[in-house]
Design a protein around this ligand. Structure first.
Ligand code: PLP
Length: 397
């Protein structure tokens, strides 16, 4: 009998890592990875995470299931981290642990698809994290784009963005990157966020924030939560996706949260019951180990303070590498304006290089990144930055 899968078409290759792996040059550079690397180019486990994990293991807890919405000590603390300890949202917040940020987006998309009273269209920035459109489509939402990035300035297309907010049908759903926009590294300023908030409010839109980089962008957890907290303070009952992949380096532990700000505690109760109804048939309940680690950090003052320093350390290394790359390019005599490299924020930099130039970087210089010109600044080290600058200079001038 023929295989049931005989007619399944071949999907496209997923990552560029293959080409990097196949390259035998010992000074090859991988700027495609979406994970932090230390200045030696190695994966980094935060010392606060190691300490928290040791405490968790030493306490010899059992391995019973968590509830559907996860480990309460974790979700409570995650809410405080995102919204702020004095936020009015905390008493009216439905929150669930999630399979990292992706899982939070997936629960959020499913929640909006099922319960949002308006049109089931979600507007995401152009460009956005590649998985956004896929996740939301699989949730049954229609995906549209709003203007975000201006190729000519390698900066924010602020006018275009506000125009698209204004021209979308009243009550639309808008997905915003809370900070460290992926892939461009371009964020609105606080002043621009205030006007974006006003435009969103005037149109009665719903704001869904994806906060995958809190603390990792500026080095300050409050600065990075500005947009989220501002919208809440202005009365928006937002939805929010959080990830602890980057800011705690807990990538593979898959730890995140999805939350819905409600009108009051009574509404919260009803929303919470519906979030549980969504989660239960997806995976019953989330894994506990990463949640316990994150909870230990967030709820132990000494570990929390240590973690804040370590997140800032990661953010600062990235900021330093941006400056070094720009300096090196200028020292080589590049006549281009590279100020976007340092004005952008977060793990990724949009270089403005064309797909052809990116191909050339890979073929001639063993520098690997995506063809959209995005480089992961986390892959830059004090050792490889000068060779990287030379390669970019040779390709772009
Ligand atoms: N959202 C954005 C904008 C991201 O860049 C990422 C990771 O790259 C995620 C969400 C989700 O990541 P994770 O599922 O590992 O938390």
């Amino acid at each position: 009998a023929a295989s049931a899968w005989a007619k399944i078409p071949q999907g496209p290759p997923v990552r560029i890592t293959e080409a990097f792996k196949a390259d035998s040059f010992d000074k090859k550079i991988n700027l495609g990875v979406g994970a932090y690397r230390d200045d030696k180019g190695k994966p980094y486990v935060l010392p606060s995470v190691r300490a928290a994990e040791e405490k968790v293991i030493a306490s010899r807890l059992n391995k019973e299931y968590a509830g559907i919405t996860g480990v309460p000590e974790f979700t409570k603390a995650a809410a405080v981290l995102a919204y702020g300890a004095d936020s009015s949202a905390l008493d009216r917040l439905a929150i669930t642990q999630s399979i990292s940020g992706t899982g939070a987006l997936r629960i959020g998309g499913a929640f909006l698809a099922r319960h949002y009273p308006g049109a089931k269209t979600i507007y995401i920035p152009q460009p956005s994290w590649a998985n956004h459109a896929a996740v939301f489509k699989d949730c049954g939402l229609e995906v549209e784009k709003y203007a975000y990035y201006n190729k000519d300035t390698i900066g924010l297309d602020y006018e275009g963005m506000v125009a698209d907010i204004n021209s979308a049908p009243d009550g639309s759903i808008f997905l915003f990157h809370a900070c460290a926009h992926n892939p461009t590294g371009v964020d609105p300023t606080p002043e621009q966020w205030k006007e974006i908030e006003a435009a969103v409010k005037a149109k009665g839109h719903h704001a869904f924030f994806d906060m995958a980089y809190q603390g990792f962008a500026s080095g300050n957890i409050h600065t990075d939560a500005f947009a989220v907290r501002h919208f809440v303070a202005e009365g928006h009952n937002i939805t929010l996706s959080q990830s602890f992949a980057k800011n705690m380096g807990l990538y593979g532990e898959r730890i995140g949260a999805f939350s819905v700000v409600c009108a009051d505690a009574e509404e919260r109760k009803r929303v919470d019951s519906q979030v549980k109804i969504l989660v239960r048939p997806m995976y019953s309940n989330p894994p506990i180990h990463g949640a316990r680690i994150a909870a230990e950090i967030l709820n132990t003052p000494a570990l929390y303070d240590q973690w804040l320093i370590e997140v800032k350390g990661m953010a600062d290394r990235i900021i330093t590498m941006r400056a070094l790359l720009k300096d090196n390019l200028e020292k080589l005599g590049s006549k281009h304006d590279w100020s976007h490299i340092t004005s952008q924020i977060g793990m990724f930099a949009y270089t403005g290089l064309t797909p052809e130039q990116m191909d050339q970087l890979a073929k001639e210089h063993s520098v690997y990144a995506t063809r959209d010109g995005r480089i992961s600044v986390a892959g830059i080290t004090s050792e490889n930055v000068s060779r990287l600058a030379e390669a970019i200079f040779k390709v772009k001038g």
